[in-house]
Design a binder for this molecule. Structure first.
Ligand code: SF4
Length: 1428
């Protein structure tokens, strides 16, 4: 095809302006661009390197490959759905690169407009001259702004002419302007007005060179029109019609509403938008959407009617045609789609068969030669013509494979049915059974299938089974099913169809071609996450994987392909084929392959899980070198910790607790090695299986396995779900250990297995007749105290025991039950059960002399971590899993990071065979909860860019981000650091965020208390440099890490978390008594801060059913001066460091230390370290622990507004755009933000002159709405589901719903504005301080809560358990009469918590140790089943 003037004009500018031009060749015939570039290359002004890509090749990947080497890239192509759809995948990455996409269109813009939303600038050219000028403008924009520009231009006709610039002026014009900051340094503006300005300044510069106008719109026609017609397309309607104005659009993006409205005069009553989009598949066309929304936003008193239409070929239209069209439009309803001019012929749209690049046929030919008509390429290019573009995707191919496999199962059933038919001939009978026996053999199944079909036809069999066989004869040969794809599938693996294929367990083979040449591997953008598909697939454990290179070892490829075909399950064959273009000579490919293989960049290997099952080595290395990552995988080290390196004997323990999916492949190898070892001992085997949510049952199971080994048994241990019922049936002796979840359910890692058992039992099958088993269940007989709930106790263990018996297994030891309520907890029951096991196995007489290996505890992990390093850095590099090693997840807490997973989809992910959706919670350290507007803006951005788009104000006055995936962790921490904040010690066994009363009215005191809190926080910070090293890439200590010292904490840090609060009476909003250490500000006669009363020993965490755990409020130790405060905090912490219980984390908080030592002894120990005594405590009084909402003016005349943020969640919701609103406030606010410990927010320090602005924004975003009930304003909830790993029930998502209902009861009784402090947490850990609320709910199981009553209104008294299990109807039934009585009988000023005690519902709690005394209600309100 010879190039049109438009193509010539565009090619010339692209050639002169760019360093590299990527040109996609056409699907049919020669490319007009290629001809133009060839002609240009012959000129003396050689500029760009032009790379032709075969039609259908991935242009996006090619552009990304060149982007780092080119100052300006251009891409040229004729619009074709295949070329453009492929490109679409890469546009998010390409949009911030200096790239111009020149897309030539015919009479339909539909294909090109698909790219519209992904790029910031889009120009449209109708004529050759406009195409020339826009090409220059687009290059200028892309070059100076480092941004991608889409230029869509009409192919035009051969008679057009255009004026062109001389060659030298093009590069000179571009280079005359200094380039802006690159987009990686500068956030791209998404604001259309800002983008328009950028366009205008580039256009102005271009105009000054061209001396021709360049405008977003060309307007002509009437000046005061009643109708305005927008056109986007080739047809320019030049006829003058009275009252009609035409707007020809040349700039499609950015298109701010103001610019559109500027083209619609006030006289306009009708707007028609005509676009050349004949194959647009969505309801609304792009320009129409822009125009209609601009008019909608205009708030015009009588907006014009807007109509949409398709613009056909308008070249032959006369004025009267257009008038007739306008009349038609006036009579149509506004929603009708109009059309002007004839449409182009529909043949233009037929999808063409994609071109398979010449080199790639090297592999496809091998497949054809090996399998000939047995070969089925599931996503063959030929399918595109009939199935559309999706036919080449892995999702499509997988769907086909699934369908085929199901049909073949039907075919097998039909053969079996016919086999049972006594009327068929002996010959057919023999053929049927031979085919059945050879159905998985490629050659035999084909031959026998053909004979079978011939015989059935010859005998004229008409039975349904025979007919079915004929109908499905295509599937008689065992097909070799292949999906062929490119390395583009290696990006975003987890979300791709490739992942589904790998995880499907279907018998499909995947051939992935990697074409990146070795020498250009580093020019591929390092920020793109191209994952190692081989490693990824191997981690699934049951996938055949081979890495091959045909130009290195032909025979290895053959072997791999044949092994993949034979493997019964998914296979992945990676095939290396480095080439840049179709013209790349074979010698070049050979050279690149050799370099890649010899250097280890592309190792040749095969991983065959089938061999492992036969007891052979599954891995064959076919080249000399192996990649480090692969080596790490094979060594089963997977970047395991320095802990492992320094203590190799505990490595197996740690590996044993890795995530199930990551562990899968490794487990097989480990099991094999271990079995080999044990086989030599010739001991009876024992398989230990456990199901455990919290880790207790896992520990017991592992200890059991260790003891078994020490008795010479050949023992293996794994989770219940890791074994199938079929595999279990092959085991001889199996011991199960299970805990129980929720209401008698199985723990997560045993649920699939128990479901399979239930299904078999329902069918009446008995597959386990060879299995001997014993079950030990662990539960709490008091967890469900009511008689009717008693059967939930140890239900999982009991059910499993019964089910195994039902399925034919033989019990070799009676069911053992461990009860948390026994004197020694579950150990009491276990000690009786274990000897029965040894007896039954005949090893009870063996004396075990060696000490059992010490279990690994947090204390071991801390001391071996080299000051909190562990292997966090290595774990971050490991792209094969979204998780970190278990020991590292204990350490990251000290860095303010918790590993979590989305519990809402945990079951679904497990069913899919993929690891949980891991995400991390990041907590910021922000003493006193004060942050500046600039910091707020960064937090807001972090939530969007790295988290789940929301963030949370916590009960410790700081920010928490959820859902941060591993690869975003480091950048999120670095961004937090950019805001001059950090996350060090926000969690972990250290002093955590120090909190301070917010009291806006007492500005001066707040400042002093805040300064004090900051000093305490800084003083007690860990000194390890690991944080800076791992997250900020700063090596602060020369040499190795061992030079770190922790003067306060030592290598073991604290036994447990440590919390400090500073309260400023009369508001106890920080719940000072709930903290390990509290400082209560004492004000002198002059209103100055005289010092603090110091409290110690508060803490909230409890374990359900474990009465050794209890909440406690702090005791007042005495008074200290402000100057003494920091030292006192330190010494209290040191006494706890040295005396806290390090053997039992559940008993390790300071509260237990004080109760164990006695308060006086504890105080004496602190005073001894201080060298002086506390002064006597001074009087103080609190009157509440909730926030005061609304505006308050402080002593310094500054204004403060406390917003109500329900449960602290900063997010945009319908009608409540709080996140956006706070962002807008942060942009103009000159004061600060203060988080409250009740999870609300104060816009603080607003100057009087700024009040109107802030008030305006608060009103605009409804942040000033405080019209909530007293109950809601006094409520708070922790996060719980879906992110918190400890949650047993909903909290943050449920409390607002419960309040809706309790609020109604309050309203009915006239208590709408009365404050009742109600709190909820998802587990007894107590993050929202529930034990100090007047009424509280603590999660036990989904929908079930512990109910507590009687807390003091200002946090001075703990509440007490009123009911051990309540569901919502019970909560409402309990509260209804109670609230009514409160309304009628309360004394003046009496709070609800005090009332329920006086009215005899519940006894007061006088101390932590007495917390359980008299629980369950008083007198007539006592629950009968309470066993306290
Ligand atoms: S109280 Fe429990 S459920 Fe709630 S956030 Fe804390 S640990 Fe998670």
């Amino acid at each position: 095809m010879s190039p049109s003037p438009s193509v010539l004009a565009v090619s010339r500018i692209a050639y002169l302006a760019s360093d590299v031009v990527i040109n996609s060749l056409s699907s049919a015939g020669p490319s007009p661009f290629a001809s133009a570039f060839n002609a240009l290359a012959a000129s003396p002004h050689t500029r760009a390197a032009v790379k032709d890509l075969p039609f259908g090749a991935d242009a996006g990947a090619s552009l990304l490959r060149h982007r780092s080497a080119a100052r300006l890239l251009s891409y040229t192509t004729l619009a074709h759905p295949q070329a453009l759809n492929n490109l679409l995948l890469h546009l998010p990455e390409l949009s911030s690169t200096p790239t111009v996409f020149h897309i030539a269109v015919g009479s339909d813009l539909s294909d090109a407009l698909v790219l519209l939303s992904s790029l910031p600038f889009v120009l449209y050219s109708r004529t050759a001259q406009q195409a020339h000028d826009h090409a220059l403008l687009a290059s200028r924009l892309a070059f100076t702004e480092s941004i991608a520009v889409l230029h869509i231009f009409h192919l035009g006709d051969v008679n057009e002419t255009f004026d062109s610039l001389d060659e030298d002026s093009v590069p000179a014009f571009l280079l005359s302007e200094k380039r802006s900051l690159s987009r990686s340094e500068q956030k791209p503006s998404t604001d259309p007005a800002g983008l328009l300005q950028t366009y205008q300044s580039a256009a102005l510069a271009t105009v000054s060179l061209l001396r021709r106008p360049l405008r977003p719109f060309a307007q002509h026609g009437a000046s005061e029109p009643h109708t305005v017609v927008f056109t986007l397309g080739r047809a320019t309607v030049s006829t003058d019609i009275e009252g009609v104005a035409f707007v020809d659009v040349a700039l499609l993006k950015p298109l701010p509403s103001s610019a559109i409205l500027g083209t619609i005069p006030p006289s306009t009553t009708r707007v028609i938008v005509l676009e050349q989009v004949h194959r647009w598949s969505m309801k609304w066309t792009p320009l129409y959407l822009e125009v209609a929304s601009a008019i909608q936003q205009s708030e015009l008193p009588s907006p014009p009617v807007v109509q949409s239409g398709v613009l056909g070929d308008a070249s032959s239209l006369s004025g009267s045609d257009i008038e007739a069209f306008l009349q038609r439009a006036a009579s149509e309803s506004p929603s009708a789609r109009l059309s002007l001019g004839p449409s182009p012929s529909s043949t233009e749209a037929a999808p063409a068969t994609p071109h398979v690049p010449r080199h790639e046929s090297a592999y496809t030919k091998m497949l054809h030669n090996l399998f000939s008509d047995r070969l089925e390429i599931l996503n063959a290019p030929e399918l595109v013509a009939s199935q559309g573009q999706a036919a080449t995707t892995p999702e499509f191919a997988l769907g086909r494979a699934r369908g085929d496999i199901e049909e073949r199962e039907e075919l097998v059933s039909a053969v079996q049915d016919l086999l049972r038919d006594s009327t068929v001939s002996l010959e057919i009978h023999a053929l049927l059974s031979r085919w059945l026996g050879a159905r998985d053999d490629g050659l035999k199944s084909k031959r026998l299938g053909e004979e079978l079909v011939a015989a059935i036809q010859a005998d004229n069999l008409s039975s349904p089974a025979a007919q079915k066989i004929l109908q499905l004869r295509r599937l008689l040969p065992a097909l070799s099913r292949w999906i062929i794809g490119s390395d583009a599938w290696a990006y975003d693996l987890g979300a791709s169809g490739l992942h589904h294929a790998v995880a499907s367990k279907l018998n499909v083979n995947i051939l992935i071609l990697d074409t990146t040449p070795y020498t250009s591997r580093n020019t591929v953008d390092p920020h793109r996450r191209k994952q190692d598909v081989g490693l990824y697939a191997m981690n699934h454990g049951d996938v055949y994987v081979a890495s091959t290179a045909v130009y290195s070892s032909y025979s290895q490829v053959l072997q791999a392909i044949m092994e993949a075909d034979r493997y019964d399950g998914p296979s992945v064959v990676l095939a290396y084929l480095p080439y840049n273009s179709e013209e790349t000579p074979a010698l070049e490919i050979l050279k690149e392959t050799k370099l890649a293989v010899d250097s280890g960049y592309w190792p040749l290997y095969r991983w065959n899980p089938a061999r492992e099952r036969e007891g052979k080595e599954p891995f064959s290395l076919d080249s000399d070198f192996v990649k480090n990552e692969l080596q790490a995988f094979l060594d089963r080290q997977n970047h395991l910790s320095q802990l492992v390196r320094s203590k190799p004997e505990i490595a197996s323990e740690l590996v044993g607790s890795l995530g199930e999916n990551l562990k899968q492949a490794r487990k097989q190898r480990a099991a094999q090695a271990y079995n080999d070892l044990l086989a030599a001992i010739d001991a009876p085997p024992l398989t230990v299986l456990y199901a455990s949510d919290g880790g207790k049952a896992e520990k017991v199971a592992k200890r059991l396995a260790t003891r078994g080994k020490m008795r010479g048994l050949s023992t293996t241990v794994s989770t219940v779900d890791s074994i199938s019922v079929e595999d279990l049936a092959k085991e001889e002796m199996v011991a199960f250990v299970t805990s129980v979840a929720g209401q008698g359910e199985f723990p997560q890692n045993g649920r699939s297995f128990i479901k399979a058992l239930n299904a078999l039992a329902a069918k009446g099958e008995r597959p386990l007749t060879n299995v001997n088993y014993a079950v030990f269940g662990m539960g709490d007989s008091h967890y469900w105290p009511r008689f009717e709930d008693a059967h939930y106790y140890n239900k999982a263990g009991k059910d499993l025991d019964a089910r195994l018996e039902q399925l034919g297994a033989t019990r070799f030891a009676p069911l053992g039950l461990g009860d948390d309520q026994d004197a020694d907890g579950p150990e009491t029951g276990y000690k009786a059960w274990e000897p029965l096991l040894w007896k039954a196995l005949g090893v009870d007489a063996i004396e075990v002399k060696e000490a059992e290996p010490e279990p690994i505890t947090n204390e071991h992990i801390k001391v071996a971590s080299q000051y909190l390093r562990g292997t966090i850095a290595e774990g971050l590099e490991d792209t094969t899993t979204g998780a970190l090693a278990p020991s590292d997840t204990q350490l990251t807490k000290f860095h303010g990071i918790y590993q979590q997973d989305d519990r809402d989809i945990r079951d679904e992910r497990q069913a899919q065979g993929v690891e949980p959706a891991y995400g991390f919670m990041i907590r910021v350290r922000m003493p006193g909860g004060v942050c500046l507007p600039e910091q707020w803006l960064i937090m807001d951005q972090i939530a969007d860019e790295h988290g789940n788009g929301t963030f949370k104000i916590t009960t410790r006055q700081t920010f928490q981000f959820h859902g941060v995936i591993k690869r975003h962790l480091k950048s999120a921490i670095q961004d937090i650091n950019r805001a001059l904040l950090d996350t060090l010690a926000a969690c972990g066994d250290v002093n955590r965020n120090v909190i301070v009363s917010t009291v806006p009215s007492l500005s001066k005191l707040h400042r002093q208390a805040y300064d004090f809190a900051r000093r305490v926080s800084e003083h007690l910070l860990p000194r390890t440099t690991a944080y800076h090293e791992i997250w900020l890439d700063k090596k602060l200590v020369a040499g190795d890490a061992l030079k770190d010292v922790e003067p306060l904490y030592g290598q073991f840090y604290l036994p447990r978390k440590f919390k400090i609060a500073v309260a400023i009476p009369p508001n106890n909003d920080v719940d000072v008594f709930a903290n390990d250490v509290g400082f209560i500000a004492i004000i002198d006669d002059k209103g100055e801060l005289a010092g603090f009363n110091v409290t110690a020993g508060g803490g909230m965490g409890v374990t359900h059913g474990n009465k050794k755990t209890y909440p406690r409020i702090g005791d007042v130790l005495g008074f200290c001066t402000v100057e003494q405060g920091v030292e006192i905090a330190e010494k209290i912490m040191l006494v706890q460091r040295d005396n806290g219980n390090r053997a039992d984390r559940k008993n390790a908080r300071l509260k237990y230390t004080i109760d164990r030592m006695g308060l006086d002894n504890f105080k004496a120990a602190v005073e001894k370290l201080l060298g002086y005594q506390f002064q006597p405590a001074r009087p103080f009084s609190f009157d509440k622990n909730i926030d005061e909402f609304g505006w308050i003016t402080g002593q310094d005349g500054r204004h403060h507004f406390t917003c109500f943020i329900e449960n602290g969640r900063i997010q945009d919701e319908p009608e409540k755009d709080f996140k956006t609103g706070l962002r807008e406030i942060a942009k103009v606010h000159k004061g600060a933000f203060r988080m409250t410990a009740n999870q609300h927010l104060i816009i603080s320090d607003v100057a009087t002159e700024d009040l109107p602005t802030i008030k305006g924004l608060l009103a605009k975003y409804k942040l000033d709405n405080l019209a909530y009930s007293g109950l809601r304003l006094s409520s708070s909830a922790c996060v719980a589901f879906p992110t918190c790993g400890l949650a047993m029930a909903e909290s943050e998502r449920y409390l607002p719903i419960l309040i809706d209902k309790v609020e109604k009861i309050c309203e009915e009784n006239g208590l709408r504005n009365d404050s009742i402090v109600m709190r909820m947490t998802g587990c007894p850990n107590g993050c929202a301080r529930p034990y100090l609320a007047e009424v509280a709910f603590v999660g036990k199981a989904p929908g079930s809560y512990l109910m507590l009553l009687g807390g003091g209104y200002y946090g001075q008294r703990m509440n007490k358990i009123y009911r051990e299990t309540v569901t919502e109807p019970e909560i409402l039934a309990i509260l209804q009469p109670m609230i009514k009585r409160y309304a009628l009988e309360r004394h003046e000023g009496e709070h609800f918590g005090d009332f329920v005690i006086r009215a005899g519902y519940i006894a007061p709690t006088t101390s932590g140790k007495e917390w359980y005394d008299r629980m369950g209600g008083e007198g007539q309100h006592r629950e009968i089943s309470v066993g306290a």
